[in-house]
Design a protein around this ligand. Sequence first.
Ligand code: SAH
Length: 357
Amino acid sequence: MEEKADLRAIEYGELESIVTGLLEKKFRASQIYGWIHGKQAESLDAMTNVPGGLKEALSKDYEIFTVKKDRVQESALDGTRKYLFELHDGNLIESVFMRYEHGDSVCVSTQVGCRMGCKFCASTIDGLVRNLTAGEMLGQIYGIMKDTGSRISNVVMMGSGEPLDNYDESLKFIRMLTDERGLNISQRNVTLSTCGIVPRIRELADEELTITLAISLHACSDEKRRELMPVANKYSLDEIIGACRYYFDRTGRRLTFEYSLVNGVNDNDDDARGLAMLLRGLNCHVNLIPVNPVRERNYAQSTKQAVLAFKNKLEKNHINVTIRREMGRDIDGACGQLRRRVISAEGRILRKDTKDA
Ligand code: SAH
């Protein structure tokens, strides 16, 4: 049987062509899109004002793929909720819901697994299984909205996966998420985080978006960075900073740099000084994240004093810096940990889609 396509993953313009191709009026596309992305409908059946004939015609080739809540862990410390979702093909992905003073936020995954191989990260241990579609990224947010009743105002693409390794779907997701016919989230409230795929950063800069770009730096020399992140063998820090300058020139958006502090690896005074030199003159903000220890990995969190000293050193060098509040420390906080634990404890399979893997 030919597999149907996911209606949730279809952009407005394409939906309009599908609907007019079925000899229906254009406004039906607007109705259907509104059901899926405005009201978060989960089936064609739910669309009460769409004619039965059209629903039937669509249902021959399309359906709305499920992004089904498998389980949720809520942090007793800060109310952060970590979701495990099951996709229509049985794959499991994680998403996180966080409440902040400035609004509720969702952290979405962009791939099942990841092939970037960062040494401290749980998401990449078994490599990449497959890319997520824009519909599956939206589905994570819609599922969380349904479960919490929250109106989401911020979205960060910082879950499992490398968004710039799944460029087209990530971009489509951003366009659909910020479309006024859907959730209409401001692009300024969307952050895309990357390990630093330089040509893609430049391409993203040319898209004329106003999203925030976050770069996972984690080291201030190529040598040290290569120990933590294999992608550093491909792109140097100079090339990354060059691409960041280009991003700022094109978009006017301040950059964010993420720096996970690992005890004895990248957290001494010289590291802080090196980082300040690297970022000098760049309109940016540094987010320090005490590394979240992952069972399979041998990295420990920097001490409180080391984190504070690192922060002070950056501030003395006029770098904007904050220490990321550790959300959900008690609930498998680090990317990919919950999924791994469930897969190994319950013998759930790690499905591979041979097409994409
Ligand atoms: N692939 C993208 C986004 C996913 S991860 C990227 O590399 O930016 C989001 C952030 O969490 C990245 O900065 C990543 O390096 C960091 N991260 C992953 N595992 C971590 C851990 N165990 N402790 C602290 N930070 C971690």
